[in-house]
Ligand binder design. Structure first.
Ligand SMILES: NC(=O)c1ccc[n+]([C@@H]2O[C@H](COP(=O)([O-])OP(=O)(O)OC[C@H]3O[C@@H](n4cnc5c(N)ncnc54)[C@H](O)[C@@H]3O)[C@@H](O)[C@H]2O)c1
Length: 334
C-alpha cells in the first residue's frame, strides 16, 4: 500500500470540540501530530477539547466559525485538514434548517478553497443520509439515490452533505485536490450528546435516570452502530493512503440492530428499571416525517482499502457512554 510520508507539521481539525472530532484530535495528538482545532461550540464543548488534551500532545483551540477563522490562517502552516464541522442531528436540522444548510455548505466551500490553494490533503466527513430513501440494502458508495421533495425539510441535511461531496470531488477533478470523503453511519461512544436527537445517548440517559426510553415509530427500523474508537483510526488510515484520494468510503458497522432491540439492550446492560415508550414520528418530529426502515453500509471498499473491521461491542459502548455521563455530572456538581 502506498502511503503518504508522515509530516511533523500541524493538522487542522474543524469541529474538533464535537463528538467525533474530539476523539480524532486525541488520536492525532497521541500519534505525534500538533493539532489546531476550529470550533464555534455551536454543539461541541470545551470539555471535549480538554478531554482530548488529557491524552497528551499539543492541541490549540480557535473558538470561531470555520468561514470566519479561515482568512486568519495560512494553508502552508498545515500538513492536512480534517473537516468535521457541521450542523448534525435530525432535531437540530429540523429546528434550525437554514442555519444548518448554510453551515454545511458554505463552511465546507470555504475550507475546500483554503485547501485547494496549497493542494492540502483534506478529509470531508459526509453521512449515510446521502443515501436518501435508498431501499436497496446494503448501501454501496456508487448506488443511485432519491430524496423527498424540497418541502420536506428533513432531506436538506442529506442534500447539503451531497453538495459537500460534489464540491470536494469537483476540486479533485479540476485541480487534483487530495480529498478523502467518508460517509459515517451511526457512530456512537462517549462525548456524544443526546440533545439533538441522537438515539443511544438519549437511551443511556433515560435508563440511568429510570425514565422511559422513547422509541420513535414501531421501533422495528434498524441501524448499524459503530463505536467512534473504531472509526477514528480508520479516518487516519484512509488519509495516509494515496489511493484514497478523490474517493468516497462508507465507514461504520454493517450489523443492523432494531431501535427496539437497542432500547432493551441498554436497559439490560445498565440494569435499569426503565420502560420503553413508543412515540409516533408525528409527535417526535412533526407531521409527514419520513424515516428509513434499514440503513446498512456495504463495507467492501473500506475493507479492501484498509482492512476495516470494527471490533468494539455494543456492551462496551454503552458502558463507556454511561461512565462518561457519570463523570460529567460529578464534574458539574464539583
Ligand atoms: N455522529 C454520527 O453518527 C455521524 C453520522 C454521519 C455523519 N456525521 C458527520 O460527522 C461530523 C461530526 O459529527 P459529530 O457527531 O461529531 O457532531 P458534533 O455536533 O458533535 O460535532 C460537530 C462540531 O462542529 C462544530 N461546528 C458546527 N458548525 C461549525 C462551523 N461552521 N464552524 C465551526 N465549528 C462548527 C460544533 O460546535 C461541533 O463541535 C459531521 O460532519 C457530521 O455530519 C456524524
Amino acid at each position: 500500500m502506498m502511503t503518504v510520508p508522515p509530516s511533523s507539521r500541524r493538522v487542522l481539525v474543524t469541529g474538533g470540540a464535537g463528538f467525533i472530532g474530539s476523539h480524532l484530535c486525541e488520536y492525532l495528538a497521541s500519534s505525534g501530530h500538533s493539532v489546531t482545532v476550529i470550533d464555534d461550540l455551536s454543539t461541541g464543548s470545551l470539555a471535549n477539547v480538554k478531554a482530548a488534551r488529557q491524552a497528551g500532545g499539543d492541541i490549540e483551540f480557535i473558538h470561531q466559525r470555520v468561514s470566519a477563522a479561515i482568512p486568519g490562517l495560512k494553508p502552508e502552516s498545515f500538513s492536512a485538514i480534517y473537516h468535521l464541522a457541521a450542523a448534525v442531528g435530525v432535531r437540530l436540522v429540523l429546528e434550525r434548517t437554514s442555519e444548518a444548510i448554510e453551515r454545511n455548505v458554505l463552511d465546507t466551500a470555504a475550507i475546500l478553497r483554503f485547501a485547494r490553494g496549497a493542494s492540502l490533503p483534506v478529509f470531508i466527513a459526509s453521512s449515510s443520509e446521502v443515501y436518501g430513501k435508498g431501499t436497496k440494502t446494503p448501501f454501496s458508495e456508487d448506488m443511485d439515490v432519491a430524496y423527498g421533495p424540497t418541502t420536506a425539510l428533513r432531506w436538506s441535511y442529506a442534500c447539503s452533505k451531497a453538495i459537500d461531496e460534489y464540491l470536494a470531488l469537483a476540486h479533485h477533478r479540476e485541480s487534483g485536490l487530495p480529498c478523502v470523503i467518508t460517509r459515517f453511519f451511526n457512530t456512537i461512544g462517549p462525548r456524544q450528546t443526546g440533545r439533538y436527537g441522537m438515539v443511544l445517548p438519549r437511551f443511556v440517559r433515560a435508563a440511568l435516570a429510570g425514565t422511559p426510553l422513547e422509541v420513535h415509530g414501531d421501533g422495528q427500523q434498524s441501524r448499524c452502530f459503530c463505536d467512534v474508537r473504531d472509526v477514528v483510526p480508520a479516518i487516519a488510515l484512509l488519509m495516509d493512503r494515496c489511493a484514497s484520494r478523490g474517493e468516497v468510503f462508507n465507514l461504520g458497522s454493517d450489523r443492523p440492530m432494531s431501535i427496539m432491540e437497542l432500547a432493551h439492550t441498554v436497559i439490560r446492560e445498565l440494569g435499569s428499571q426503565s420502560e420503553v415508550r413508543l412515540v409516533p414520528y408525528s409527535e417526535a418530529f412533526g407531521a409527514g416525517f419520513e424515516d428509513l426502515r434499514v440503513r446498512q453500509p456495504d463495507l467492501t471498499k473500506a475493507r479492501a482499502a484498509i482492512g476495516f473491521n470494527p471490533t468494539i461491542s455494543m456492551a462496551t459502548s454503552i458502558a463507556s457512554i454511561a461512565s462518561h455521563f457519570a463523570t460529567a455530572s460529578k464534574e458539574a456538581v464539583g
